[in-house]
Write a protein of this length. Structure first.
Ligand code: SF4
Length: 166
C-alpha cells in the first residue's frame, strides 16, 4: 500500500466551481472574496486525461469551499467521463440545496452516474440548520433527500442512493 501511495494519488478532487449556496459558520468560504469562476471543459478534459494516464482512480466533484451542484457544466463533465470510458469512481460532497431545482430526469441522471454522493446535512431542526449553514434550507434539503410529496422527488428511483452524513 505504501509503495502504491508513493507512486501516485488514487483520489483526485476537483473544484470545478467556486461558489456555494450556503454560508456555514464553520466554512472559510465566507472569508474569501474570490471571483466566481467555472473550470473550463478544456482544462477539465486535460486533467481527466492526465489522471487516466497516471492510473486513474476516484474522481471527486468535491470542492473545498463551494458546492458542485452550482457547476453549470456538471452534467457535461459527467457525460464526458462516461463517454471516454475512463473508469473513474465518481463521487461528490454537496449540501443538496440545489437538487430542488433539478427535474426528475436530471436528479435520476446524477444519482445513477455517481458512485457515491455525500450529503452534508446539519440538524436536526430548521433552526439549528440555519444557525450552522446560514441559510433557511433545512426542509428543502430534507425533502430532497427523503422524497417528500411536496418535493416531487418521490417518484425518482435510482440504484444508487445518497449516503447522508451529519
Ligand atoms: S456547504 Fe460546504 S462549501 Fe458551502 S458554505 Fe457550507 S461548508 Fe462551505
Amino acid at each position: 500500500m505504501l509503495s502504491l501511495l508513493e507512486m501516485r494519488g488514487t483520489n483526485l478532487n476537483l473544484e470545478t466551481v467556486n461558489v456555494c449556496s450556503a454560508a456555514c459558520v464553520f466554512c472559510a468560504s465566507r472569508k474569501f472574496k474570490r471571483r466566481k469562476q467555472l473550470m473550463s471543459m478544456a482544462l477539465f478534459q486535460k486533467i481527466c486525461c492526465d489522471y487516466k494516464d497516471m492510473g486513474g482512480g476516484w474522481l471527486g466533484f468535491s470542492p473545498v469551499m463551494s458546492d458542485p451542484l452550482l457547476d453549470d457544466l456538471l452534467f457535461d463533465r459527467i457525460r464526458y467521463v462516461q463517454d471516454k470510458g475512463f473508469g473513474f469512481t465518481l463521487h461528490m460532497f454537496t449540501n443538496a440545496i440545489k437538487f430542488k431545482s433539478y427535474s426528475d430526469d436530471e436528479l435520476r441522471f446524477v444519482l445513477k452516474s455517481l458512485d457515491m454522493i455525500n450529503i452534508s446535512l446539519a440538524g436536526p431542526t430548521p433552526e439549528s440548520y440555519k444557525l450552522m449553514y446560514g441559510v433557511n434550507q433545512f426542509n428543502n434539503v430534507m425533502d430532497n433527500c427523503t422524497g417528500s410529496p411536496t418535493s416531487g422527488k418521490m417518484n425518482v428511483t435510482a440504484p444508487v442512493w445518497p449516503y447522508i452524513f451529519v
